[in-house]
Design a protein. Sequence first.
Length: 162
Amino acid sequence: MEEIKKISTVKKYTDISELLETDMALLKQAKEAVHSSYAPYSKFHVGCAVLLENGKIILGSNQENIAYPSGLCAERVAIFYAGSQYPDVPIIAMAITVKADDYVVKEPITSCGACLQSMSEYEMKFKKPMRIILQGETGDVLVAEGLKTFMPFMFWVDELGK
């Protein structure tokens, strides 16, 4: 028996002013995207801003439905729009933030597994990691270089050919 350990590393910023200017601007856009969220059931609003290699910024927010599986997370709203409108343009970075109706979210949240797998598809397609910037309503900001940070044993398309 062999034990395999994979370690993920993220950068933690205690002050938003420590971020790169582009990351700070992208996070600000994600905070704006929160306002277009439709979350009457969970009361948990998520905003996402995606920076494309061509400089375009695509916004997304979570869109709920009373038939829960029919809703869509902010991350997938943004990346699917980017993929449909700019199919040949890589995603460079993505900022994600949240706001709850009944409490203050003080910690960064990570994307759900479905979103992480969808995001990884774009990394595989363009063979480039995307920078992920996370913040709650307040507090620390986490920055990761690529999806393997969150899913170190992620399913990759290369494995299909074996």
